[in-house]
Design a protein around this ligand. Structure first.
Ligand SMILES: [Zn+2]
Length: 141
């Protein structure tokens, strides 16, 4: 992951505190995993419970996909924040994760400050056998 994409994810999570932020990660697939070169912000449509839920509107996702393709990139994953909660996936996060092979990045924000950022790869070939595997985030310039 580029330092710029990483910083953008964390800055976004601080800006929306105490609500969750969300967005998509774009990049290229490599044998070592996703090389994420960009973070695209999305509005959180879950206004009913924006402090512990997130959702990207379908139309916004289409816009993000189109923009990624224009840059010759793929959707590598998604990110969101956990205000005052650990950077671990929740049952809801797992239930609503459907992009097999994509990375789900979660940032813990404590009192407005981004603390821990973790990444979980959604593995498995079908929705029934999917599971999250924590992966290391390597930063590059
Ligand atoms: Zn979550």
């Amino acid at each position: 992951m580029t330092q710029a994409a990483y910083d953008s994810v964390r800055a976004h999570s601080e800006e929306t505190y105490p609500y969750e932020c969300c967005g998509a990660l774009v990049g290229k697939s490599t044998p070592q995993g996703w090389r994420v070169t960009g973070a695209m912000r999305a509005g959180n449509t879950r206004t009913d419970s924006a402090h512990n839920r997130y959702s990207i509107a379908p139309l916004e996702l289409v816009r993000i996909e189109r923009e990624a393709r224009r840059q010759g990139l793929d959707i590598a994953g998604f990110y969101h924040s956990h205000p005052d909660h650990p950077a671990q996936w929740s049952g809801t996060d797992f239930a609503e994760a459907h992009w097999l092979g994509c990375s789900y990045v979660i940032t813990e924000v404590a009192q407005g400050k981004a603390i821990v950022t973790n990444s979980f790869l959604l593995t498995g070939l079908t929705e029934e056998e999917k599971h999250f595997v924590q992966e290391q985030i390597l930063l590059e310039d």
